[in-house]
Design a binder for this molecule. Structure first.
Ligand SMILES: Cc1cc2nc3c(=O)[nH]c(=O)nc-3n(C[C@H](O)[C@H](O)[C@H](O)COP(=O)(O)O)c2cc1C
Length: 209
């Protein structure tokens, strides 16, 4: 099994990284291979709705100078996806949002039926709104959102502060185990004839009146 961990924070050793680290340890114990990508702190373009991605055989974005195409490739390859973000004004980091817009517009259909989870880190508030914003990418892409023993969040301004959030880290470990179980079950199901369901797409009605 392979899981993609996408860190939406600009901080290499920040709070989101600490939370994902806790999941990584659990994945390693369960024999799950981890691909880690970071949005980082380089400029990231927003989606310009050019629809070039629809013509790309690799489902790549027209902009190839940031992490988005790497995210697309890794997400298509992975059996499951975890997206983490720091909370910025009660929502995900803007650069991460731009990467997710472009990833799902370009390759959302390729990610269908994969288990996915969102996590976040915050000093204080805006956490469930952030998780909800990330989960929306999964929920309209035929993906399955995996939960944990509490909202998948850690609290702190630094990784050292997150270290003190014992319940937050416990929630990360439980989430990694749940993700592993979901990926194993989906794979086993396909192995015994539970093929992925057919997705109807013929109707697309815009709200024009
Ligand atoms: C632009 C900006 C906006 C922020 N907004 C919030 C917020 O709405 N609520 C909150 O609790 N923390 C907020 N924070 C604090 C971060 O969410 C918090 O420090 C987080 O744990 C940092 O994670 P990181 O180290 O992985 O980047 C904000 C930080 C920045 C830079």
């Amino acid at each position: 099994m392979e899981v993609l961990l996408l860190n939406g924070s600009p901080h290499v050793h920040g709070c989101t990284a600490r939370a994902l680290e806790e999941m990584k340890k659990e994945f390693a114990e369960n024999g799950v291979e981890v691909t880690e990508l970071r949005v980082g702190n380089s400029p990231v373009r927003g989606c310009i709705a050019c629809h070039s991605c629809a013509k790309s055989p690799e489902h790549h974005c027209v902009f190839s100078d940031d992490v988005t195409d790497q995210v697309i490739d890794a997400a298509i390859r992975a059996d499951g996806i975890v997206v983490g973000s720091p909370v910025y004004y009660a929502g995900p980091n803007g650069a991460l949002t731009a990467v997710l817009d472009r990833t799902f517009y370009a390759a959302g259909r390729q990610l269908a039926f994969k288990p996915a989870a969102s996590i976040c880190s915050a000093r204080r508030a805006g956490t469930t709104a952030t998780l909800e914003a990330i989960n929306k990418y999964f929920l309209m892409s035929n993906m399955f959102v995996v939960g944990s023993s509490y909202w998948a969040m850690v609290h702190g301004n630094t990784a050292e502060e997150v270290e003190q959030d014992k319940e937050g880290l416990q929630t990360m470990r439980n989430l990694a185990r749940n993700m592993t179980w979901a990926m194993d079950c989906f794979s086993a199901g396909e192995g015994v004839g539970f093929d992925k369901p057919f997705v109807e797409r013929s109707a697309q009605t815009n709200f024009i009146r």
